[in-house]
Write a protein that binds this ligand. Structure first.
Ligand SMILES: O=C(O)C(=O)C[C@]1(C(=O)O)C=C[C@@H](O)C=C1
Length: 451
């Protein structure tokens, strides 16, 4: 547990105790792995449940996220491709999981337990390159882990699903730039569980080629979030801003200019915003430190895993859910009231449009039907699913939420059921966590459990 210092337990997630000492990045030392290709080569959808006998959950995706399960031959073909790629990577067959994949045998219970307890054997996917803040977040969460770079957020989700890594650490929100919407969408599309959270103070540096003075910089390359976080300083410098995949990638781009700049001195006018570690890794000089607009520039990262953590009541827990709402006046107010009525604090609310059925037709006023965007609501609340008041709140919410899923999911590991399902079935209900419209009667009964 020592390695989890400064990390919340998500209920699955403990409320972050955010003393200053908890912030700041950590040391580094990841190995290169190049998982980005995994995403392109694997189209096997819910990889873990399909091929390796991971448990299939009775979750019905919200309509617009439903995707047909892959046919097993397709999965095997894709996995074959992946295995070829995987075995060509250095140190690929290090763990039992790797060996299991190589020999195309299903994972056994001992495979699954081997790497989760020991921090040193945990592989953690992050998006970006070595030297990025995401890598630092992965290492803050699991200081001894092997941090595995991925070229896209979705590749990190897939890497966990396909048992290539144990966890993913991905940004969800910046105190300056706001929510990372892509990861909200991917949380819904994939079947991973939020099992913790890590917060990082992000201190940006302006990097340049050796010998370059800050006055020579006319163009700055970085990740869009980093550019947003340093806007004031960049405006002062009157530079052209350009986007890169991540801050370390920007530093890499900049470093690669080294080879060219002899031929073209013009390239010396480019700077990169990245971490001090990226400067060391890519042979750049730090031209300015702490160029972020706000000294308290914090990015919150989620820790994602295939299995949920067991919620408890021994310490503060935080739970994440996503839901849709029925049409009607004040329905969002009612949804929020289920928490307020039980003294449960909300720490975050986010809404995202429903992608595939974005428009909701409302009423018939004679002038034609009004059409509004339909939304998914993501809420983090401070309570554990092991607490009666949290179960009651979600039972109540289900009365007007046609779709509800616990993201920081809480199970008692009772036959792999969701905790809320376990509780409900223990008292004689047949429940499903989602598509409540189909089970209106059951859910009304479940709802009547509320205080
Ligand atoms: O570019 C990086 O270094 C990252 O780790 C990505 C990222 C992000 O996606 O928000 C992470 C932290 C900072 O807020 C800036 C960028």
């Amino acid at each position: 547990m020592a390695a989890l210092k400064g990390i919340s337990i998500w209920g699955s997630c403990g409320v972050p105790i955010m003393g200053r000492g908890d912030l700041g990045s950590t040391s580094c030392g990841s190995r290169r792995y190049g998982l980005g290709r995994v995403e392109r080569d694997c189209k096997c959808g819910y990889g873990n449940g399909v091929l390796w006998g991971g448990r299939q959950e009775a979750i019905t995706p919200v309509e617009d996220e439903k995707s047909a399960p892959p046919r097993s031959e397709e999965v095997l073909k894709d996995m074959g491709k992946l295995q070829r790629k995987f075995t060509s990577l250095p140190n690929a067959l290090e763990t039992q999981q790797d060996v299991a994949m190589f020999y195309e045998r299903p994972l056994s219970l001992s495979d699954l337990s081997s790497s989760l307890s020991d921090d040193a054997s945990v592989r953690v996917a992050y998006k970006g390159a070595p030297g990025s803040f995401s890598e630092a977040a992965a290492l803050k969460a699991y200081p001894l882990c092997e941090a595995v770079p991925c070229d896209e957020f979705e590749a990190a989700f897939r890497a966990v699903e396909l048992w290539l890594v144990n966890k993913a650490v991905l940004p969800i929100e910046s105190s300056v730039g706001g929510s990372v919407h892509r990861n909200y969408d991917l949380l819904l599309r994939h079947r991973l569980h939020i099992v913790g959270e890590v917060q990082m103070a992000v201190h940006h540096c302006l990097l340049g080629l050796p010998g370059v003075q800050i006055e020579e910089i006319k163009r700055v390359v970085s990740h869009p979030q980093a550019i947003t976080q340093c806007e004031i300083e960049l405006n002062k410098l009157s530079v052209v801003k350009e986007s890169a995949e991540d801050t370390a990638a920007a530093a890499q781009v900049e470093a690669s200019l080294l080879t060219n700049f002899v031929a073209s001195n013009d390239l010396r006018d480019t700077g990169a915003i990245a971490s001090a570690r990226a400067a060391t890794l890519y042979g750049l000089n730090i031209l300015a430190e702490n160029i972020e607009d706000e000294s308290d520039n914090i990015t919150r990262f989620l820790i994602l895993a295939r299995e949920p953590v067991i919620p408890g009541t021994d310490r503060p827990f935080k739970t994440s859910i996503v839901f849709t709402l029925e049409e009607g006046p004040g329905v969002l107010f009612k949804a929020l009231a289920v928490f307020a009525l039980r003294d449960i604090s909300l720490t975050k609310i986010e809404s995202r449009p429903q992608r595939k059925q974005p428009l909701r037709v409302v009423g018939n006023s004679g002038n034609g039907s009004a059409k509004y965007f339909d939304y998914l609501f993501y809420i983090d609340f401070e309570a554990s699913m092991a607490e009666q008041r949290a179960q009651n709140a979600l039972g109540h919410l289900q009365e007007f939420a046609p779709f509800l899923r616990v993201l920081g999911k809480c199970t008692e590991k009772l036959g792999g059921m969701l905790y809320i399902e376990a509780v409900a079935s223990a008292i004689g209900f047949r429940t499903r966590t989602v598509n409540i419209k189909d089970h209106r009667r059951d859910h009304q009964r479940l709802g009547s459990l509320r205080k």
